[in-house]
Structure formats: C-alpha cells, structure tokens
Design a protein around this ligand. Sequence first.
Ligand code: ADP
Ligand code: MG
Length: 353
Amino acid sequence: MNGFARGPWAARLAVGVLAIFAAGCGREEPPVSNSFAVMGTYGSIMLSGADRGRADEWASIAQNKLKELERAWSVFRSGSEVGRINAAAGDAPVPVSAVTRDAVAAAIRYGSLSGGAFDVTVGPLMKLWGFRSDVPPDQPPPPEAIRETLERVGFRRIVVGPNTVFLERPGMVLDLGGIAKGLAVDAVCEELRRRGARNFLVNLGGNIRVFGRVGPKRPWRVGVRDPFDREKLLGVLALESGEAVATSGNYERFVEIGGRRYAHILDPRTGRPVEGMAGVTVVARSAGEADAMSTALFVLGVERGREALRYVPGCHAVFIPDRRPAEAFVTGGLMRRMQPEIGWMLRMRSLDP
Ligand code: ADP
Ligand code: MG
C-alpha cells in the first residue's frame, strides 16, 4: 500500500471525499464518530483525544445547527428564507437573518471571483434541465428555451441590503446548493470551537473541515475518491488544522436525457450542464470556500481554473478531466501533500508554473 494501513475506522459516508483513519503505531484511541441524515445527505462529526468524551453532546449540537440552516436555505421549502426570497423575485426585498445575508454575500463574492462560473442564480436552469423534478425531460431543452431562461440568471442582479435580499427580476431563483453545505460545515465548526472542541472533523456530504489533529502527532487525513471508480481512492490528503476539502463531480448527481448523462453543475454562460470534467477536489481555508471553489473550478476547467486560483490564497485543487487515459492535474501546493494510490501515481501532473 502507500505507506499507511487502512484502519478499521474508515467512514464511507462522504461523496467525493471521505474521512479516513489509519491505525497509529501506539495505543492511540480511535476517534469517536456520530452520523446523521440532514440537508439531503449524510453528516458526521468525529472527535479525537480529550474531546471524545463529549461526542454525543456535540453531535446533537451539530445536528441542530444543520437543521436550522436547512430550514433557512432549502430551495424546496416555500417557507424557508430562500423560498421567500424566490417568491418575492422582481417584487420586493425580503428581510432575512444575518447568516442568510452573509451566505448570499459570500456566494456573490465567489461569483465575481470566478468571473461568473459560480452563480447562485442558476435555479431556473436547474428546473429547465429537470434537476428539480422526478421525471427528467425526454430531450435536452431547445436553444430558445435556454436563451429565454438565461435572462433570469445572473448573480449581479441580486441586491443584498443590511438585512434584506432582493432578486431584481421576476422568475429569478436563488439556489445555494453549490455553497450551502460548506457554509453549514463552517457554522458547525465555529459552534463546536466556541464550546471548547479542539480536535475534530465535521463532514457534510463530502464537505469536510478539520481542527486540531487525529492523534498526538498525526494530522487528520481524508481520502479523495477516484471519480471513475467510486470504490477506489485517487489518493489521500493530510489536512492542517482549520483546512477544508470538498469535491464536485459528475458521477453522484445527474439526470439522464435521451440516454445521455448530464451533471448537476451548469455553466451559467452557456446555460448547459458542464461537460468535460469528471471531478474537482479543492482544499481551502474554509469549507464554504472549498465548496464554492470546487463548483466554480468544475465549470472553469483546468486552464481557466488554475488562473482563478491565483486570487484565492490557501486554495488548491486536483482536476480530473472526463477522458481516458485518466489523468489528475494537481496545483503546486497539493502535490507534496497528496499520497496517490498505486494506480494514480503515474497519472498525477503538477500544475506548477
Ligand atoms: P454537491 O451538492 O453534490 O456537493 P456541488 O457543491 O458542486 O455538488 O454543488 C452542485 C449544486 O450547486 C447544484 O445541485 C446546484 O444546486 C448548484 N449549482 C449548479 N451549477 C452551479 C453554478 N454554476 N454555480 C453555483 N451553483 C451551481
Ligand atoms: Mg460546491
């Protein structure tokens, strides 16, 4: 294997990335893990060292926090803050909580930073392509329908006030799906730290952030899934305290139209699902940033994605184009920290200048 054994505590919960625990050399206690279903996916927290004793208490705090954010941010609930913002599109600014205002402001920031590749107003396109219904359309939407829908897409038409959010055009739909889980992980981390947690990992559907370490001398490690074979890993990354990781892929959520699979990430410039990328994994200084950037880089692709990364300090990525032979393009900061699986060793390309 690649230098460390897989311990018995691998948590196979995440999408794209998963928390991994290798047995230490000494008589180290494994971390304690608690899992739960929330926000349409699985969440878990893992506590290590002295924090293990408060696992149950902190897991329920994490769950409550996540449920609270789910109630505020779900696009599916008409009573949610996002639901009310959408209902009032083109009509009136909607009073919102500070967390929701901050979430929308953060989403707009990643929109600008990615040159529009990340756009939380893709809602109408998600509907058009059938990502919001049980039965997808039997053909891709015609170009006129895409053009017409694009008129209701554009994060620059979101107006954030001191405590309001307003969508300027009727028919606009805010969809925080590309950033919500990451921001929720940050909110949970903040809450746990405030209560004294020091060595822990929070995972929400593959959006992971860690603090402290897993053992006295061992950092938290996460496995990055092979996008071509979900039973396998591409490699393992060691995370520093405070770092986060997220993956956007074309293999977990998609619709099938006319026998063809379309990933649930849309290119806001063309109005079409992104093609050409199998997966992008991002390491960043917060989970919200890792989540938004993984979605943005999935749209931008290797070359333009690498340019965008220059403006985001502490943010690194592994790009896996959807083609054979498989290759992974890794930005400089990560090449040294990634332990590839055997099958990927000769397929890792550095994106160093
Ligand atoms: P996952 O939700 O599976 O972890 P992502 O973080 O990549 O994957 O988010 C995908 C979600 O983001 C979609 O389901 C949709 O809600 C939203 N989305 C799709 N395309 C974009 C885009 N270009 N910019 C921002 N959000 C997007
Ligand atoms: Mg994302």
